[in-house]
Design a protein around this ligand. Structure first.
Ligand code: NAP
Length: 251
């Protein structure tokens, strides 16, 4: 799959975790990658680490909840690379709050970043994406919400399900422009954030997965790469679950 060679990919939340894995996979396949996060210095460190492959990796600062900052980032990326071909709308947060203690602010913060942030990311990239040879939008959703539940994550689960409703409708609206909109739904993925949780915790998580291991950030990157490829051009409004079989057991 080399149709992304020389194409330009924006990865929101690209400085850490799954986004960093997505950025690395695209860069290793010859794409130019814009690593986008609020904290520019972390994004720059990430870009420096990933750079060295065929594609050029550049860090940009933007907040997916802030339309102006996204518009300005999109303009800078388009100027830097000459266009935008793929948006990986990946930025997300997952603070935990039991339902009885969840505040309006807790709810709004999660929905603003995960659901509204996806809307703002897609809408601000759209004018440039429309000019691409084949435009692609790949959303990072989750199994949590669309398929499973997890105590403490009612707001998160709602936001991840919201992304899929958004995806199905936007895929229809953008189909005639040749832009596909799809989503990857990760299960439990080993990120820097989880590494600090200790071996016992990680072993316990792995034990509940049929493949007996957590996913890697690159596992999600490869699914995103496929959905973004020219070869996946007739797939739109669809999801790929990447979870080592986690949702399958009946008990
Ligand atoms: P992570 O390691 O915490 O990284 C989050 C990334 O998003 C960082 O680059 C962060 O950088 C950025 N970010 C957060 N808020 C932002 C905002 N308002 N604007 C721009 N960038 C923002 O998270 P992760 O675990 O990789 O999760 C990434 C995505 O995968 C999320 O959508 C999450 O729901 C989904 N997911 C993760 C798992 C998992 O097991 N990890 C499973 C299912 C789904 P700054 O803080 O500098 O902005």
């Amino acid at each position: 799959m080399n149709s992304l060679k020389g194409k330009t990919v924006i990865v929101t939340g690209g400085s850490k975790g799954i986004g960093k894995g997505i950025a690395r996979v695209f860069a290793n396949h010859g794409a130019n990658v814009a690593v986008v996060a609020r904290d520019l210095s972390t994004a720059e460190t990430c870009a420096a680490e990933i750079n060295g492959g065929e594609g050029r990796v550049v860090a940009f600062s933007a907040n997916v909840t802030d339309r102006k900052s996204m518009e300005s980032m999109v303009q800078k990326v388009a100027e830097t690379f000459g266009g935008i071909d793929v948006l990986c709308a990946n930025a997300g947060i997952f603070p935990s709050a039991p339902l009885e203690e969840m505040t309006d602010d807790d709810w709004d913060t999660v929905m603003n970043t995960n659901a509204k942030g996806t809307f703002i990311s897609v809408q601000t990239c759209l004018p440039v994406l429309k000019k691409a040879e084949f435009g692609r939008i790949v959303i990072t959703s989750s199994i949590t919400g669309p398929v499973t539940g997890y105590p403490g994550w009612a707001h998160y689960a709602a936001s991840k399900a919201a992304q899929l409703g958004f995806m199905r409708t936007t895929s229809l609206e953008l189909a005639a422009d040749g832009i596909t909109v799809n989503a990857v739904m990760p299960g439990n993925i080993l990120t820097e954030g989880l590494e600090g949780m200790g071996e016992d915790y990680l072993n316990e998580m792995a034990a509940s997965i049929p493949m007996k291991k957590l996913g890697t950030v690159e596992d999600i990157g490869y699914a995103a790469l496929f959905l973004a490829s020219k070869e996946a051009g007739f797939i739109t409004g669809q999801t790929i679950i990447v979870d080592g079989g986690q949702i399958l057991p009946e008990n």
